[in-house]
Design a binder for this molecule. Structure first.
Ligand code: NDP
Length: 327
């Protein structure tokens, strides 16, 4: 007999109102999968790309790429996880639901010192901030980076991690309130890029030299100007498109601007290996337990209000992590 569970899904791409809160069949764990009873699902910008169709999904599709909860059952061949274990994951789609069947290869145990809401809040944006600051570019003292949208969910974690690594952080954000938040997170300077010319400000703040790295999750609105913030042979890390996708560009531009590097990384590549997934999750949980990393959960919505969470995120109203609580 088909058993139903509550979930938030789309039948067609669209705006926040395309999200349907209703019932979907309960999943059963296939071989190698773990059935997780989801307590909290993280809301991420990628969920809005899935919803809008920028990143196309087979439909209908349950949204959500991140969650934390307890193991309900395990599929054939799964070792290391048992019913009742507290677990969390990122990059497995379908977490806006009471139950989610997740590949064991993507799950980590949540230590007792970390609550499930915080675990759900940190897996995707936290591991992203980790790989961007530790692997895409291994930041070190003496380096300066520019972080766009630094008061957002990923941005606030990146500012803290870049600072932990000893780098100097110049942040951008879209309001005076957001600028103040990112300075509180450890940025040494912050620019309201809605009001100020961030290229001129970065040049001023670096005595004309430019920064070693630009981290750009905003995309269309900032990419080209960001290239002008880099020192010769500096690195542009494009990791998102919050303002829209970047148009194709001529690589000769990179030589003209000083032999620049451009990379477009994604989390999946950086947690594909079990040892890398464990390293990043372990660092996050250790820093959280020690109070070294602050995870800013700014609002917890009931699952039924997922559309409101999407609308708030897309309208630039939020300054940290949004969660959905799944009763
Ligand atoms: P955020 O909480 O950072 O929200 C997005 C922020 O982007 C807004 O708060 C806003 O900050 C800024 N922004 C600038 N222009 C716009 C616009 N036109 N519309 C909406 N927002 C805009 O979201 P996330 O932390 O979830 O994601 C941040 C970025 O990181 C996204 O692009 C996401 O896709 C990317 N990402 C990439 C990953 C990867 O592995 N490649 C993994 C995780 C996230 P402000 O008002 O200050 O400008």
């Amino acid at each position: 007999m088909l058993t139903l569970m509550q979930a938030v899904y789309i039948e067609q791409p669209g705006g926040p109102n395309a999200l349907v809160h209703g019932e979907r069949p309960e999943p059963t764990p296939a071989a190698g999968e773990v059935l997780v009873r989801v307590a909290f699902a993280g809301v991420n910008f990628i969920d809005t790309y899935h919803r809008s169709g920028l990143y196309a999904l087979p439909l209908p599709a349950i949204l959500g790429s991140e969650g934390a909860g307890t193991v309900e059952a395990v599929g054939d061949g799964v070792t290391g996880f048992a019913p009742g274990d507290r677990v969390a994951y990122a990059n497995a789609r379908g977490s806006y639901a009471a139950l989610h069947s997740v590949p064991a290869a993507m799950l980590v145990h949540v230590p007792e010192a970390v609550s499930l809401d915080i675990a759900a809040a940190v897996m995707l944006q936290g591991m992203t901030a980790h790989y961007l600051t530790h692997s895409t570019v291994a930041l070190a003292s003496g380096q300066t980076c520019l972080i766009h949208a630094a008061a957002g969910g990923t941005g606030r974690l990146m500012v803290q991690m870049a600072t932990l690594r000893g780098a100097r952080v110049i942040a951008t954000a879209g309001s005076a309130e957001k600028v103040a938040l990112t300075l509180g997170d450890g940025a040494s300077a912050a620019i309201d890029y809605g009001m100020q010319d961030f290229v001129a400000e970065v040049k001023r703040l670096t005595d004309g030299h430019g920064v070693d790295v630009v981290y750009d999750g905003v995309g269309q609105a900032t990419f080209l100007k960001g290239l002008d913030c880099l020192r010769p042979r500096g690195t542009m890390v494009i990791f998102g498109n919050a303002s829209g996708p970047i148009a194709p560009f001529d690589p000769l531009m990179l030589s003209a601007k000083g032999s620049l590097y451009v990379t477009r990384p994604t989390l999946a590549t950086y947690i594909a290996r079990r040892d890398e997934l464990d390293w990043r999750a372990r660092d996050l949980f250790t820093w959280i337990a020690a109070g070294t990393l602050k995870v800013r959960v700014v609002k917890v919505y009931p699952l039924a209000d997922a559309a409101q969470a999407h609308a708030d995120l897309a309208a630039r109203k939020t300054t940290g992590k949004l969660l959905l609580a799944i009763a």
